[in-house]
Design a protein around this ligand. Structure first.
Ligand code: SF4
Ligand code: SF4
Length: 128
């Protein structure tokens, strides 16, 4: 099959450059590609800094990738987790975390794998 160089360049120019553990299955990334999103439309010149939290033995937590869907907040309740996850703050500052400023290690015990499974983006991923 012949390679269409022009098409390849066109496709790569709209690539969502994801160096992410969920790049193959991320729903946000897939929708961005499907809707031909323009990455530069709303740029302010500054990029957000993302932090990677690996204090949990099983789960890698990158809060900056959260779309605040709430899926992972429901799951720990099904597993009767003592803490689980919650939204902290209000408005634009709202972010995902563990209640009472506890660590991610204590927030997700039995529900760790299930929370990773329902997260549609790369916020919660398995470290293994
Ligand atoms: S979470 Fe963000 S960085 Fe990761 S695959 Fe999805 S869009 Fe890309
Ligand atoms: S499931 Fe993922 S994207 Fe949704 S609120 Fe939880 S961490 Fe954020």
């Amino acid at each position: 099959m012949a390679i269409d160089i022009g098409r390849a360049i066109e496709e790569s120019s709209r690539c969502v450059l994801c160096n992410c553990a969920k790049a193959d299955v991320c729903k946000l990334r897939q929708l961005a590609m499907d809707y031909d999103v323009n990455l530069h439309r709303f740029t302010s010149g500054e990029r957000m800094r993302y932090q990677r939290n690996v204090e949990h033995l099983l789960v890698r937590f990158e809060a900056g990738k959260c779309i605040r869907c709430g899926n992972c907040i429901k799951v720990p309740g099904d597993h009767k987790e003592a803490l689980g996850l919650t939204f902290i703050g209000r408005g634009f500052d709202v972010h995902l975390g563990v209640p009472f400023h506890e660590s991610m290690r204590d927030g997700l015990l039995e529900a760790a794998r299930a929370a990773v499974a329902v997260c549609p983006t790369g916020v919660l991923t398995l470290r293994e």
